[in-house]
Design a protein around this ligand. Structure first.
Ligand code: SAM
Length: 306
């Protein structure tokens, strides 16, 4: 359950969801027909030093494999959104954007794994303990980013723009923003505040990408509750996004919100993202996935407008 101003590290509460999605990215990376490769996902999960998380990220053990299956279409959604946002950043870089802000970066390793043009700066925002875990894990492994990467420890429910500026963010340059796996962890008023900050800090030609499940419950979990609870109890581990999410009631629709603020918004069908890349998606999984919004929006003007 969430409380105002609650906090976490990488293995607790909302922090553990960053571990959960990294486990899923490690799983996709191991596939022969992987749609993306994130070699850092497994490395970061293993740095936790917990045998259960290590087995999960290695896909080892029957119980661990059942645990991952019990998340149902959430795994497919994660793959779809990773591909979609990778392509979003590729297009933004191609359009000349050199300032990137990853909100709620968690264990996102795009600063390390994407091919950024020279002169790009990637800002990563998350709670202090989450960013500390990530930077020590990378330091212990001797991993450095090929791009200028700046960590900005903040609570995104609060007033974070000052900290971003203090770390060298320039609001006169076009920016590509990403809020991946974040919005439902914010109370509804904090989501609107976050959007307002993005708009205020965005020069013409800036872009934003977000995802959000619009159903009350996470799509993959509806049919798998009993199996998931059993297997997670056996592993003594729990990452139950439903209990950590704030409700949809009163929440702004990101497409409508950015359109009303003069941005040009485009939404994508998550199932289509996978199908277009050659992956089979059963009809029931596709229907599940369609309760999930993937959106990009562009602020008109500036040199980087396509
Ligand atoms: N974007 C990353 C990804 O897709 O791999 C991480 C997603 S994970 C599901 C949610 C992330 O949101 C966690 O890293 C968590 O710490 C971060 N987060 C949630 N609420 C936050 C807040 N109020 N301030 C800062 N970070 C927050």
């Amino acid at each position: 359950m969430r409380t105002e101003g609650d906090s976490w590290d990488i293995v607790s509460s909302v922090g553990a969801t960053a571990l959960g999605v990294a486990v899923l990215r490690a799983g996709e990376t191991r596939r022969a027909d992987a749609l993306f490769h994130d070699p850092y996902a497994g490395l970061l999960v293993m740095a936790v030093g917990s045998p259960v998380w290590t087995r999960l990220s290695a896909g080892a053990g029957d119980l661990e494999v059942s645990a991952m299956r019990s998340y149902g279409s959430l795994g497919d959604l994660l793959v779809a959104r990773t591909c979609y946002f990778d392509s979003y950043f590729e297009a933004a870089a191609g359009a000349g954007i050199r300032q990137i802000v990853i909100l709620a970066a968690g264990l996102d390793a795009r600063a390390h794994r994407l091919d950024w043009p020279a002169g790009t700066t990637v800002f990563e925002l998350d709670l202090p303990k989450v960013l500390q875990f990530k930077s020590s894990a990378f330091a212990e492994q001797g991993v450095t980013a090929a791009v200028e990467r700046r960590e900005v420890p903040v609570d995104l429910r609060g007033d974070w723009p000052a900290a971003l500026r203090d770390n060298g963010f320039d609001q006169h340059k076009p920016t590509a923003w990403l809020a991946e796996g974040l919005l439902r962890y914010l109370p509804v008023d904090a989501q609107d505040r976050l959007f307002e900050h993005i708009v205020t800090l965005s020069a013409p030609g800036s872009r934003v990408a977000v995802n959000m499940t619009t159903a009350e419950r996470a799509p993959g979990l509806r049919r798998t509750d009993a199996a998931r609870q059993q297997v997670l109890a056996a592993l003594d581990i729990e990452v139950d996004v439903d209990r950590l999410w704030y409700p949809t009631e009163g929440r702004s629709d990101p497409v409508q919100w950015f359109t009303a603020h003069g941005w040009t918004a485009t939404r994508a069908d998550p199932a289509r993202v996978l199908i277009d890349r050659g992956r089979d998606v059963p009809d029931d999984v596709a229907a599940d996935m369609r309760t999930h919004l993937l959106m990009t929006a562009t602020r008109p003007g500036g040199d980087s407008t396509p």
